[in-house]
Design a protein around this ligand. Structure first.
Ligand code: AMP
Length: 281
């Protein structure tokens, strides 16, 4: 497995690849877990060559977020990816990716107005910025994204459609710990009590989905989620929303044709966690 640290080396590597190859790209911020591994495995299986990028992208972090303390361990990540049959890691420095102050800002419309887009101003701009750069540099035919970051995945799919990037976005299912908590690089921040109470997210989504036939309105679902919250005193809710799973717009009803989708974000101490689940059969 090659570890490529700068853009000139990536360009040389890219030029040598057979033009008929299917090339999978898995963009990550490192501190890899089984969720990332599943994306990499899907890419290795479905492509002739897989490149995993590892880059903690400063432009998608807000000023009071965890950019500095975000976990970084390239050696450990490289061991995991080598074992999965990944061909190359692209792990550039910040200076390499952003040699100058960016002059372009992505003003994302409807898809950015809710959920993490609303809670983290500028976050999705940073995501689209770095993903566009990676697409231009790596030129993959297929790019793998996890549905844990559902809104991010929808925005990237739309970016690829609107800007005609010649590649296919492959959404991958959420990978969970045995007790249901969605895997995240940020889970390492949680102390024992926070880790226990983090189950609020997945348990609430599962409970709503299990009782789906009992709900006749979005309000009822929201009230149920708020009642669950009372059982988890350490949890500070950021949002709980039921939205159209395709457009991420508000729903007028739970009609299955709107593909209702549950979204949740909450703080455990300083750690912000997210989860989501389709609602309905
Ligand atoms: P990150 O390193 O957090 O930027 O994530 C890199 C990619 O892995 C993104 O496409 C995420 O959606 C995906 N990912 C992270 N956690 C999970 C998970 N638990 N299950 C599936 N995909 C995930």
């Amino acid at each position: 497995m090659d570890i490529i640290r700068n853009i000139p080396d990536l360009r040389i590597y890219r030029k040598k690849i057979n033009p008929n190859f299917r090339i999978g790209l898995v963009p990550t911020m490192g501190a890899l877990h089984e969720g990332h591994a599943t994306l990499a495995q899907a890419s290795v299986k479905e492509n002739d060559l897989t490149i995993v990028s590892i880059f903690v992208n400063p432009t998608q972090f807000g000023p009071n977020e965890d950019f500095e303390r975000y976990p970084r361990d390239l050696e450990k990540d490289a061991r995991m990816l080598a074992g999965l049959g990944v061909d190359a890691i692209f792990a550039p420095s910040t200076q390499e990716v952003y040699p100058a102050k960016a002059q372009f800002y992505f003003d994302i419309k409807d898809l950015d107005q809710k959920l993490c887009g609303a809670s983290r101003p500028g976050h999705m701009n940073g995501v689209v910025q770095v993903v566009s750069i990676l697409f231009h540099l790596v030129q993959p035919t297929h790019a793998y994204f996890g549905l844990k970051d559902y809104q991010q995945c929808r925005i990237i799919q739309t970016l690829v459609e609107e800007l005609h990037f010649p590649l296919e976005v492959v959404p991958c299912p959420i990978i969970r710990e045995e007790d249901g908590l969605a895997m995240s690089s940020r889970n390492v921040y949680l102390n024992r009590e926070e880790r226990e109470q983090a189950l609020f997210l997945s348990q609430t989504l599962n409970a709503i989905q299990a009782r789906r036939s009992e709900f006749s309105s979005i309000n009822e679902i929201q009230n149920f989620a708020l009642k669950e919250l009372d059982k988890f005193p350490l949890v500070k809710l950021d949002y709980f929303e039921v939205l159209n799973g395709k457009t991420l717009e508000d729903l007028s009803s739970l009609d299955p044709s709107f593909q209702p989708h549950l979204f949740i974000a909450a703080y455990l101490g300083k750690t912000r966690l997210i989860d989501n689940m389709a609602f309905g059969d």
